[in-house]
Design a binder for this molecule. Structure first.
Ligand code: ADP
Ligand code: DP6
Ligand code: CO
Length: 327
C-alpha cells in the first residue's frame, strides 16, 4: 500500500486575495502576498487503498462532514486524473490551528494534502507544481507551499497561477486569538457573495492590485513601516468591501476591534506595529523582531498571543507501509 505524509503551516496575507476570476481553475482576480508562519502546523497522510470504493477523510479525530469531504474528494479526483491512477484513498489530517476561523486552516490543509497526495500518487513534488496544485484546493494554499514571504501571481491560466518566495526584512506576526466560534461564512462563500453583491467590489480589486505593487516595492526596499501601513490598510479595505455585501458579512468581532484599537495606541506611544485579519475574528500584528515580545505583552490581556516568525514551506515524507520504512 502506498502512503505519504506532508506538513504545512498557515499563512497570513499582508495583501489579500478576495475574489476569483475563475472558480473552476481557482484563478484569483488579483495577486496577493503573505507570510507562512512557523506555528500551528497541519499534518496530512494520504494512504491509497486499491480495494476501497470511496475516499475517506478524517479531520482531527472524527470523520469530516460531507462538505469538507466533498472538497477533498474533488481535489483527489484532480490528482488521480493528472496521475492517471484510479485508487481511492484514506486522508487523515490534523490541524493545530482552529478550522474555519480565519487562521488559514484551508491553506495549511490543502498545501499538506497537495504534498502528501502528490507523493502518494507519483506526481511531481517540486515547489512550483505543489503551489499550482494546492491552489485548486484552496487559493491561499498556493502560498503555504512556500517558506516565509510569498507572492501568489494571479496568472492567466492553471500553470501561471502560483506562489514564489519574496525577499523582505525580518518580521514577526503576533497572533492574537480572540474568543470566538467558527466563522459563519466560509472564505469561499464570503468572497463569492462579495463579488456578486458588494457595490465596492470593483474598487477593491483595483486597490488590491495597487497595494500588491506597492508592497513588492516596500519589500524590495526593506521598508518595514511601509510594509506595515500597506498591510493594515489593505486588511481594512477587505473587511470594508465584505461588510458592504448583501447580506452583509462581518468577520471582525468587538474583541477584534479592541486589538485594532490597541495597535493604534501602541503606535502613538512609539511602538511600531500594524494589524491585519483574514476572514475571521483573530488578529495578526506585524512587528519588527526586536519589538515582538513587547507587542505580545501589550496584547496579552486581549486574547491568547503567540509570536510567529517566517516558517517553512510544505515538507513531504514518502513512506512504504509494507516495510514500515521512510524513504
Ligand atoms: P480558514 O480561515 O480556516 O482557512 P476557510 O473557510 O477558508 O477557513 O476553510 C475552511 C475549510 O477548509 C474547512 O471547512 C474544510 O473544508 C477545509 N479544511 C480545513 N482544514 C483542512 C485540512 N486539514 N485538510 C483538508 N481540508 C481542510
Ligand atoms: C481573507 O484561500 O481560504 O484569508 O480559495 O475559496 O479556499 P478558497 O478561500 P481561501 O481565502 C483566503 C481569504 C483571506 C485572504 C488571503 O488569504 O489572501
Ligand atoms: Co481559508
Amino acid at each position: 500500500m502506498t502512503a505519504a505524509t506532508a506538513h504545512a503551516h498557515p499563512n497570513i496575507a499582508l495583501v489579500k486575495y478576495w475574489g476569483k476570476r475563475d472558480e473552476q481553475l481557482m484563478l484569483p482576480q488579483t495577486g496577493s502576498l503573505s507570510m507562512t508562519l512557523d506555528i500551528l502546523p497541519t499534518t496530512t497522510t494520504v494512504e491509497l487503498d486499491p480495494d476501497a470504493a470511496a475516499d475517506e477523510f478524517v479531520l482531527g479525530d472524527t470523520a469530516a462532514g460531507p462538505a469538507a469531504t466533498g472538497r477533498v474528494v474533488r481535489f483527489l479526483d484532480l490528482v488521480r486524473e493528472r496521475a492517471g491512477r484510479p485508487e481511492r484513498a484514506v486522508v487523515r489530517s490534523v490541524n493545530t490551528a482552529p478550522t474555519g476561523a480565519g487562521m488559514a486552516s484551508s491553506a495549511a490543509g490543502f498545501a499538506a494534502l497537495a504534498g502528501a497526495a502528490s507523493a502518494a500518487y507519483g506526481l511531481p513534488t517540486d515547489a512550483r507544481s505543489l503551489s499550482v496544485l494546492a491552489r485548486r484546493g484552496s487559493g491561499s494554499a498556493a502560498r503555504s507551499v512556500i517558506p516565509g514571504l510569498a507572492v501568489w501571481h494571479a496568472g492567466h491560466d492553471d500553470s501561471s497561477s502560483f506562489a514564489e518566495p519574496v525577499d523582505a526584512p525580518p518580521m514577526r506576526l503576533v497572533a492574537v486569538s480572540v474568543d470566538a466560534p467558527e466563522k459563519a461564512v466560509s472564505s469561499r462563500e464570503g468572497m463569492r457573495r462579495t463579488a456578486l453583491t458588494s457595490p465596492f467590489h470593483t474598487a477593491w480589486t483595483a486597490s488590491a492590485s495597487r497595494d500588491l505593487e506597492a508592497m513588492l516595492d516596500a519589500c524590495r526596499d526593506g521598508d518595514f513601516s511601509r510594509i506595515g501601513r500597506i498591510a493594515e490598510t489593505n486588511a481594512l479595505r477587505m473587511h470594508a468591501v465584505t461588510q458592504a455585501a448583501d447580506p452583509p458579512i462581518r468577520y471582525l468581532r468587538p474583541s477584534s476591534i479592541a486589538v485594532l484599537d490597541e495597535v493604534q495606541s501602541m503606535r502613538r506611544a512609539g511602538l511600531e506595529a500594524y494589524a491585519t485579519a483574514d476572514a475571521g475574528p483573530h488578529v495578526f500584528v506585524l512587528a519588527r523582531p526586536a519589538d515582538a515580545d513587547a507587542v505580545a505583552r501589550a496584547l496579552a490581556p486581549l486574547g491568547e498571543v503567540r509570536v510567529a516568525g517566517p516558517g517553512p514551506g510544505v515538507r513531504v515524507e514518502r513512506h512504504d507501509e509494507r516495510h514500515g520504512a521512510r524513504q
